[in-house]
Design a protein around this ligand. Structure first.
Ligand SMILES: C[S@@+](CC[C@H](N)C(=O)[O-])C[C@H]1O[C@@H](n2cnc3c(N)ncnc32)[C@H](O)[C@@H]1O
Ligand SMILES: Nc1nc2[nH]cc(C(=O)O)c2c(=O)[nH]1
Ligand code: SF4
Ligand SMILES: [Mg+2]
Length: 255
């Protein structure tokens, strides 16, 4: 006969949420947006409801890579985060793919018990009640150059789910004038949220996700154009930042 506590532990174990994980890596620095430069461990989930033309993380989106995505319990993910961080609490960045389509509430709760903090990156197409338990929510609606169309109600639902919890910010990738106009419009719909703009990093069509050929001069020219655009418009609330990790490591995976 099993003791009742062992049985209930097994039932709890069986019920524990399973998350599809593409990769867990770090510590590295957060290369983008509001937490740029901050040491972090990344948990990248597998699977996305979007397919952006210039996605730099296709290995977590394209079903060709599905066999590499590992189902992991929250406990197993946290164990790996603790191993990588030497059991010293830090901010964990959950990205993807779209992490909002995964059951991440348990991971956030278990991590908080050990002092870890959680920032989540998502395009804002799917909201979850556990958004309220995050420490930071980064909403990155996709501009016209991505080929995706924003569902404004879905985005507003994400903002609303997080209203009592994390700091929520908007982060836009900008390749061209149409993307910039999209960012201005989206930001005007959510005037209470801080805005971060980053120049798009062109990913050659059909290239493997891990190719390392970036053109830093081209990125800097786009960065300069973006700064000119923002200052000419007197858009003094917007932050303009490069993808720091791309400048340092190119498109390498796992950094
Ligand atoms: C790979 S996505 C994963 C999280 C979520 N699906 C999203 O798009 O927000 C993480 C961040 O990288 C940005 N990103 C993806 N490809 C990019 C590119 N080629 N240039 C600049 N930023 C890019 C996304 O816009 C997003 O802000
Ligand atoms: N260093 C680093 N910073 C990042 N910020 C957002 C990333 C992402 O792919 O979500 C990312 C990434 O992959 N690496
Ligand atoms: S939403 Fe994010 S992960 Fe999904 S395809 Fe677009 S950039 Fe890639
Ligand atoms: Mg990335």
């Amino acid at each position: 006969m099993n003791a009742p506590s062992a049985i209930s532990a097994r039932i709890r174990g069986a019920a524990e949420a399973v998350v599809r994980v593409s990769e867990i890596f770090g510590p590295t620095i957060q290369g983008e947006g509001a937490l740029i430069g901050l040491p972090t461990v990344f948990v990248r989930t597998g699977g996305c409801d979007y397919r952006c033309s210039w996605c730099d993380s296709l290995h977590a989106v394209d079903s060709r890579y599905r066999a590499d995505w590992k189902p992991m319990t929250s406990g197993a993910i946290l164990d790996e985060v603790r191993r990588l961080s030497g059991d010293r609490p830090l901010t964990v960045t959950i990205s993807g793919g779209n992490p909002a389509i995964q059951p991440l509430g348990d991971l956030i709760r278990q991590g908080h018990e050990r002092g870890y903090r959680f920032a989540l990156e998502t395009q804002g197409s799917v909201s979850q009640d556990w958004f309220a338990e995050l420490d930071m929510l980064v909403l990155s609606p996709k501009p016209p150059s991505s080929g995706m169309v924003t569902d404004w109600q879905a985005l507003a639902n994400c903002v609303a789910e997080a209203s009592a919890g994390p700091r929520t910010v908007l982060k836009f990738v900008v390749f061209d004038e149409a993307d910039y106009a999209f960012a201005r419009d989206a930001a005007s719909r959510f005037p209470a949220l801080a805005v971060y703009l980053q120049p798009g990093n062109p990913i050659p069509e059909g290239a493997e996700a891990e190719h390392e050929a970036v053109d830093p001069d081209a990125l800097m020219r786009r960065m300069e154009w973006l700064i000119d655009r923002v200052t000419a418009d007197r858009w003094f609330e917007a932050h303009v930042l490069p993808q720091l990790h791309v400048l340092i490591w190119g498109n390498r995976r796992g950094v």
